[in-house]
Design a protein around this ligand. Structure first.
Ligand code: GLU
Length: 551
């Protein structure tokens, strides 16, 4: 038996399955040409934040747009950094945004799909089998260097301004004999398994990133660690083995990984794997004081994925917004395809921002308002109550106490050709409908500043006489107009503008007084509809109250 085979047997005596066994067990996927097989592969080391969610979203839409597969793999090789329920938080986070997975980890204990296990800590034999093969081929070796030795080397490399790490002459155990390895192991010395990098100093590699385009970098010369002392793989090695065996076509991840691509491509090569395509996403940016900076977990509440749920942004609206961040041509497409399912949008990596998409809360609000304006009253009621049940018990109680009344409120100016866009998120709803509920309304009346109290009383007294609780929508405004003219106001803003000296104001001022009396506000949806919902008795009561207040 040759030296390498012996070394492999020494290090991996317990490993019986060969890489070929796994190749057979995880066959090429039977998918259409061009189908994107991709994954979201977080480490369960902290909260899911917006950047991670965005990467997951891109994976989902890239797979959907190509009839491919999107799966969730949990990269839990760093047990020290793992947090309790880390995987569950990721699963819940994706779910909350409606980012469904086709395969992978579905709970702390369950997985679905034929290419698993999808949790790295459950794939140890697989990694060992592939590393064993590298050792057999003389492409990997055990390294017994101590932490102190490595630190010393690094320090001297830094002083000499050399590339830091274990490579070339620094790779003390590159050519270790089986005999020596056996002796050290018997002594109880710990070791890692390193790649014997075939890279040459001065060598360059070139690859095409799906988002960033052509990239040229130094070839990897480092003898990177494949297996750590406890036998767990490093991220570098594990992702290569996993992405290969899970038949991944595209690795979509944050661009902090670009610098590792030379290592990754080398690993694919030495292992004999077909390289994946990489799509490195630039960090989401925010505008600040005329400049740009990265969206920050510390400074920006919207960087936490919990923010969207807590504020009550509907999923569909967040998807619309994420799509605008993903592809700049999305909004144009949406304009031309108003009713179309969002999954029909032809997503493309090349239309993603190289500089980093700009996060804009005001835009999210606008998109969300438009989105909510297209929902039915029932949908708004259902979604708001579901949200309120969790985040605003008072609102929940009020809405569910009289469902019919709440539905009538949500139906105001909804469903027509130009629905109002007042609500951006469910946490806006309480303020939006406050004046419909005595528990929520402060009863203050915000009358326009340019009308005297006497005039307000005059308008309201007269309006009470002409008000018809059961009158039709078509009659309502003409009646207010007649009243306005009778009291010395112009019948339209236009007439008023033509000869302002002849009038006290125009019909809008009169309806404004009625609006403020009935709702307290200067701006509301259609006042006729509001009065219908409140009913005649309540409307009159409010007008009387208003008169008392201004008296
Ligand atoms: N586990 C890595 C991380 O959380 C994944 C990077 C990748 O998607 O390959 O950053």
């Amino acid at each position: 038996m040759n030296e390498n085979m012996e070394m492999a047997r020494l290090l991996f005596g317990d490993i019986t399955a060969a890489p070929e066994d796994y190749e057979e067990r995880y066959p090429a996927r039977d998918l259409k040409e061009g189908a994107v097989v991709t994954r979201f592969a977080p480490s369960p080391t902290g909260f899911l934040h917006f950047g991670g969610l965005f990467a997951g979203f891109i994976g989902r839409i890239a797979a959907s747009a190509s009839n491919g597969i999107f799966y969730l793999r949990i990269e839990d090789t760093d047990k020290k950094r793992e947090i309790e329920n880390g995987a569950q938080m990721i699963i819940d986070g994706l779910k909350a945004f409606g980012i469904n997975i086709d395969e992978g980890v579905i709970s702390q204990t369950e997985e679905k799909g034929e290419y698993g296990p999808y949790t790295q800590s459950r794939r140890k034999e697989i990694y060992h089998s592939f590393v064993k093969r590298l050792v057999e081929r003389g492409l990997a070796y055990p390294c017994f260097m101590t932490e102190e030795e490595i630190a010393r080397i690094r320090k001297s490399q830094e002083e000499k301004k050399e590339l830091t790490g274990i490579y070339g002459g620094y790779a003390k155990y590159r050519d270790i004999t089986v005999e020596e390895a056996k002796r050290l192991i018997d002594e109880g010395r710990e070791y890692v398994v390193r790649l014997k990098s075939p890279g040459k100093a001065g060598g360059r590699i070139r690859f095409k990133d799906m988002i960033k385009g052509e990239i040229e970098m130094d070839e990897n010369v480092l003898d990177v660690v494949l297996l750590k002392k406890d036998g767990t793989p490093t991220y570098h090695f594990a992702h290569a083995a996993d992405d290969h065996l899970m038949r991944t076509t595209h690795v979509i991840r944050g661009d902090e990984w670009i610098s590792s691509v030379p290592i990754h491509l080398q690993l694919f090569k030495v292992c004999g794997f077909k390289p994946v395509k990489y799509a490195h996403i630039s960090p989401i940016m925010k505008e600040e004081n005329g400049g740009k900076r990265k969206l920050s977990k510390r400074k920006d509440p919207e960087a936490a994925v919990s923010y969207y749920e807590e504020q009550g942004y509907p999923r569909g609206a967040v998807w619309e917004y994420l799509m605008t961040l993903a592809n700049s041509n999305y909004e144009e497409w949406r304009k031309c395809n108003k009713e179309e399912d969002i999954n029909k949008f032809p997503f493309s990596f090349s239309k993603m921002s190289k500089a980093g998409a700009l996060f804009d809360l005001a835009k999210l609000n606008d998109i969300s308002k438009t989105y909510i304006s297209t929902l039915t009253a029932e949908e708004v009621f259902d979604m708001t109550s579901k949200w309120a049940k969790e985040y605003d018990r008072e609102l929940y109680g009020i809405l569910t106490e009289d469902e019919e009344y709440a539905l009538a409120i949500f139906a105001v100016e909804r469903g027509g050709r130009k629905p109002r866009k007042d609500i951006a998120k469910w946490s806006d709803v309480k303020e939006y409908l406050a004046y419909f509920y005595s528990e929520l309304w402060d009863k203050k009346r915000d009358f326009a500043d340019n009308i005297s109290s006497d005039e307000i009383i005059r308008i309201l007294e007269r309006y009470k006489e002409v008000y018809e609780p059961d009158g039709s929508a078509d009659d309502w405004f003409p009646r207010v107009r007649e009243l306005a003219v009778e009291l010395g106001y112009a019948a339209s803003p236009k007439e008023y503008k033509a000869s302002p000296d002849e009038y006290k104001g125009h019909v809008g001022d009169v309806s404004g007084v009625i609006r403020a009396a009935v709702t307290g506000r200067r701006n509301t949806p259609d006042l006729y509809e509001i009065m219908q919902v409140l009913g005649g008795a309540e409307t009159l009561k409010r007008i009387d109250e208003a008169i008392e207040i201004v008296k």
